[in-house]
Design a protein around this ligand. Structure first.
Ligand code: HEM
Length: 399
């Protein structure tokens, strides 16, 4: 059978800027409008082919031979030229080698040793929050755990953590298009890279940590020293805001869906699926790009070699073609196939840790809290990539 391909110039165009402040604050109507236009949509503003539907996003993520990450995953040509040397921005054997260097530390077996300590930390964070009248679920619940765990795991010097959150958020922001938002973030992200280089130069890392293991590999001659700073950034940068997003969205969703909270409290074995449902419903990462290695076909659209394709995880996770009631939050949904952690070769290397932290927080909340109430209107952060609350005032009513 001969397939008639559509020329890229006939792809429907979407004119609004999906990275504008208002679209960042309320992205879902844009995602819906793009999905309705078709499987491939030309973003006039950013000169990208966007994939708003689930099936094309998943297929693209799984074909890493055709849809490359090594030329960068940002929607921004300048950043794509600068950001080389990370696991996220590499392909094939190079990617496998980088991933093997560190990812074993994030596997369930390696994380098992952390389990009790994380549970204890989560309990004490919740205990403190319960003792106060109103707390900010972002600063007082969601941030404490990732910030207490990942920098130690990576080996970041203990006295140099004041800027980590800000630098990490900036490192996501610059992966958006070349808008004012990413231009403003660039100096802070470069600061993080320079600082990581200094940490490596001065060998100022925690003993037994990931950084320590990488420096040992340098001493043994199996790794070049200049590869270490990007690898540290690789793990520290995506480990904070993403998990903060998942935990604070979970708190908000359970506060505003008390019947779902009752369900979870009645059956804590629903926690793993509840985490999938939170990540599906409020995907912490909006989108990354790929570059086509050669002429390719997505749905019925023929794309040239070197085209930039935007994979919209957050839109795929609300695609009405894939989900029966995509805009309903229900922890009994079959949410395991959500793509909020990506899919294929580049699927999130830290998801075991993110799930461990979010599970610990939900378990601690279930044990100690009867009801979660929203105390004031929450606000959302402005970031090209990260979708998370900025402030979320809540009251925890003790059990
Ligand atoms: C809820 C929390 C998290 C979410 C939603 C999330 C999401 C994602 C997504 C969508 C990707 C795929 C990127 C792509 O397709 O190009 C990814 C990759 C990655 N994530 Fe996460 N992430 C989370 C937490 C973490 C944590 C805690 C860490 C580290 C401790 C981490 C480290 C990484 C790394 C290293 C990669 C690159 C993997 C590769 O390219 O092979 N992430 N993450």
């Amino acid at each position: 059978m001969i397939r008639v391909l559509r020329h890229p110039s006939s792809v429907p165009a979407y004119r609004p800027d999906i990275y504008s402040r208002s679209a960042i604050l309320d992205p879902y109507p844009h995602y819906r409008a793009m999905r309705e236009l078709g499987p491939v949509v030309w973003l006039t503003h950013h000169r990208l082919y966007a994939l708003p539907r689930y099936s094309e996003c998943k297929a693209t993520l799984r074909d890493d031979d055709l849809f490359l990450s090594g030329h960068g995953v940002a929607a921004n040509p300048l950043i794509n030229r600068l950001s080389r040397g990370t696991t996220l921005n590499s392909d094939g054997a190079d990617h496998d080698r980088r991933r093997k260097l560190v990812a074993h530390r994030m596997m369930p077996r390696a994380l098992r040793t952390l389990g009790d300590a994380v549970d204890d930390q989560a309990r004490s964070i919740v205990e403190q929050a319960v003792s106060r009248k109103t707390v900010d679920a972002v600063a007082d619940l969601a941030t404490s755990l990732p910030l207490a765990i990942v920098p130690d795991l990576v080996g970041w010097p203990s006295d140099q953590r004041a800027h980590l959150l800000d630098w990490a958020a900036a490192t996501f922001d610059i992966l958006g298009p070349a808008n004012l938002q990413s231009i403003k973030a660039l100096p802070r992200s470069l600061h993080m890279l320079r600082f990581a280089r200094r940490v490596v130069r001065e060998r100022n890392v925690l003993p037994g940590s990931m950084a320590h293991e990488l420096l040992t590999a340098v001493d043994e001659g199996s790794l070049a020293v200049e590869e270490v700073p990007p690898l540290l950034i690789d793990y520290i940068a995506p480990s904070l805001d993403t998990t903060i997003s998942a935990i604070s969205s979970a708190v908000y969703l359970f506060a505003t869906h008390p019947e779902q909270w009752e369900l979870l409290k009645g059956d804590p074995s629903l926690i793993p699926n509840a985490i999938n449902e939170v990540v599906r419903y409020e995907s912490p990462l909006r989108a990354f790009t790929r570059k086509t290695a050669r002429a390719s076909v997505i749905a019925d659209v023929g794309l040239p070699a070197g085209a930039r394709v935007l994979v919209l995880y957050a839109s795929a996770n609300r695609d009405e073609r894939e989900w029966d009631a995509p805009d309903v939050f229900d922890i009994r949904n079959d949410a395991g196939r959500q793509v909020g952690f990506g899919s294929g070769a580049h699927a999130c290397a830290g998801q075991g840790l993110a799930r461990l932290e979010t599970t610990a927080m939900l378990k601690a909340l279930i044990e100690r809290v009867d009801r979660i109430e929203v105390a004031a209107e929450p606000t959302w952060g402005i970031n090209n990539i990260i979708h998370r609350h900025d402030r979320l005032p809540i009251r925890l009513v003790a059990a």
